[in-house]
Design a protein around this ligand. Sequence first.
Ligand code: AMP
Length: 417
Amino acid sequence: MITLVKGFHDILPDQAPLWEFITHSARETLKRFGFREIISPVMEKTELFQRGIGGQTDIVEKEMYSFADRGGENLSLRPEATAGILRAVVEHSLLQRESPLKLFTMGPMFRRERPSKGRFRQFYQINAEVVGEDSPYVDAETIAAAHQIMVALGARGLMIELNSVGCRACRANHREILHAFLSDHIGRLCEDCVRRMAINPLRVFDCKAEGCRSVMKGAPLISDYLDEPCRLHFDKVKAGLELLDVPYRLEPTMVRGLDYYTRTAFEVIHEDLGRSKAVGGGGRYDGLVHELGGPEAPGIGFALGVDRLVMGMDEADPRFARGVDVFVAALGEHARDAAFQLVHTLRSAGFSTETRYGAKTLKSQMKQADKLKARFVLMLGDDEIAANQVTLRNMATREQHTIPMEKAHEILQGDLT
Ligand code: AMP
């Protein structure tokens, strides 16, 4: 048997309705917030992610599926969606036609991380981006959209963890002070963090190693080094969330793993899944469009992980129950042909309809109808065919009566609505 690639997973038919529910609901919510869909490729030039996400980030350094294709071009499966979306925005000059641009996409991402519960190497994200506006209202509204997606899915125990990582100027100021602090504790930092320290010391806050975490408890926080415009912007974002009743708590050590974030950074926590389970995150990236060869356009976005959202849902929830409108049961060879045709007529008329060719007795066919949670069963025997009739059984009330065959779909229409 050839098995799955490690860290990849199948979404089996019992789970697929949860995925459909989540993506459909998220799509509806995002449209209400004015987002339009963009569908970009799952593979891009490796250089895009090196430039966009940052060559020294864990994602780019250690986790990308990168390879040279048969023509020798260096390509990577996308580890996140923002870089590809912004590449498309710049390449097609979308900002010249519309600003702000509000875009969303849904699809698989690939990171060669260590697999664990809720952590896969192919996972599915819902992404939203607003490009071209830096108003703090946009930040609050974008966070509210992420929150609203969760609310519409019926998630409880929601919390937004919020921080501001400042602009380049604040970061430069803080960086020196943080660097000096880390130099004083260098002996307790892990190897990775000693390297990170020189490149982007802020990322040491993200390290999970025990030694680094205990050092960082006393580290100078970026939130204490925001300049006046960034502080005012952040105050307005918080006020905006309060106006919209979006619950948040400040997390001054949350910096997120990518280099491109500026100012607002946030994570969506679903506390019902456990305190550490972020289902999504995002933030502002004011220099990124320019970095990718576009105009100086600010932006903000987020990603919600569908695999994690599914973890918070129950397959047995009646919303995901499998059910067909009609099961057609046939008794006798003659009736089988007529049933075969009737199934097709009903499907064409818009009813989900099933039958089973292998099941011969009425009893076994009724069992199948039960299993499929059919709301109605239409029974055809040779006598009924001769009289051009069928027997209609309501599976909930167990009532049944004989009706003219050609009226079947009209009657079902009335009963099903
Ligand atoms: P990130 O792009 O790392 O900010 O992740 C945003 C969201 O994507 C996370 O909160 C998760 O829900 C989801 N996610 C990220 N990495 C993985 C992974 N390896 N497996 C499953 N979900 C992931």
